[in-house]
Design a protein around this ligand. Structure first.
Ligand code: GUN
Length: 310
């Protein structure tokens, strides 16, 4: 990349579409060859507004590719014992190939207990310790949707991974940790940084591939980005202040109009204005990583129904 050009866009929407098309074809084939309709049950406990929207989107996306999707809505007052009973019933239900218990759960229910109750062969979130262990050991199993989607995003854009130095910023069980092990599986040299890493820039500026999943708006800036690096931004934060929007997006009329007319725009963990003129590739927010998570969930559900995780 020449110094004057802007970063190329890692197109999450196009990649998600490619995943969905492949899953739709796979569902049709599984139905035709073995008479199996993949079944996904999403369990939503309580009425968390964001969770309700996520679950609706998951349900709609699943139905669109030929997955039989069921949303089980349980009241906020559901006890841990009751939820464990529901999970046990779904473990035994032959029409349910994938089980997803939407997080966060109401206070009083221990997430760990619930995740560990899910049959690992139906754990399409890849959160069960058996699947975590399988990923670390390099064995086939279910992998969390966001990091798995990111690997597909990089492949879709023919980004070479073997031998590259990847720095993952963030160590959550949902993104950072599984991302690091997936990149290791792709033969990257992997460094994991996090909120307590001193001199983050010293590590990040050496990265050929930088994955930002630390949950801090605009944290990664020019000093963190090696010229020409591939930058994947997993963060999502709402920007409501016009001056803050200008810092992130300069005079971008679309972003400014969003703040003025709709009250907000979004920004990731990467400073977009600085990254655009420094990185070689950049995933935008929105339209980068976001669309991949649900698409990968559909892929995991098909895999669960076909009975062959990789
Ligand atoms: N809440 C936010 N993201 C996720 C996810 O990927 N899976 C589940 N089950 N809950 C979530």
């Amino acid at each position: 990349r020449t110094g004057a050009s802007e970063a190329r866009i890692l197109d999450g929407e196009a990649t998600a579409r490619a995943i969905r098309d492949e899953v739709a074809a796979g569902c049709a084939l599984l139905e035709f060859e073995r008479g199996i309709t993949p079944g996904l049950t999403v369990v939503l406990v309580g009425a968390d507004a964001a969770s309700s929207i996520y679950v609706k989107n998951k349900n709609r996306a699943a139905t669109a590719v030929g997955i039989r999707s069921t949303v089980l809505r349980l009241p906020e007052s559901t006890t841990e014992a009751e939820l464990l009973q529901v999970v046990t019933r779904l473990n035994r239900d032959p029409a349910t190939h994938g089980i997803l218990v939407q997080l966060p759960l109401p206070t009083g229910i221990r997430e760990r207990r619930v995740i560990e109750a899910i049959d690992p062969t139906k754990d399409v979130d890849g959160f069960h310790p058996v699947n975590v262990g399988r990923l670390v050991a390099g064995l086939p199993g279910f992998v969390p949707c966001t990091p798995a989607g990111i690997v597909t995003l990089l492949r879709h854009h023919q980004i070479p991974l073997a031998g590259r130095h990847a720095v993952v910023v963030g160590r959550s069980n949902i993104v950072g940790k599984p991302m690091a092990f997936l990149l290791l599986r792709e033969d990257c040299t992997v460094t994991i940084c996090h909120s307590k890493t001193p001199d983050l820039a010293a590590f990040c500026s050496g990265a050929d591939l930088l994955v930002a999943a630390v949950g801090r708006a605009g944290l990664l800036r020019t000093a963190h980005i090696k010229p020409g690096a591939v930058v994947v931004d997993v963060g999502i934060h709402r920007v409501t202040d016009e001056a803050v929007c200008r810092d992130y997006y300069g005079d971008d009329p679309v972003r400014l109009a969003a703040v003025r007319e709709r009250g907000s725009t979004l920004v990731g963990d990467v400073h977009p204005r600085e990254a655009r003129i420094r990185a070689g590739w950049l995933s935008p927010v929105p339209g980068g990583v976001g669309p991949l998570t649900i698409a990968q969930l559909l892929a995991n559900t098909l895999t669960a129904a076909a009975g062959s995780p990789s």
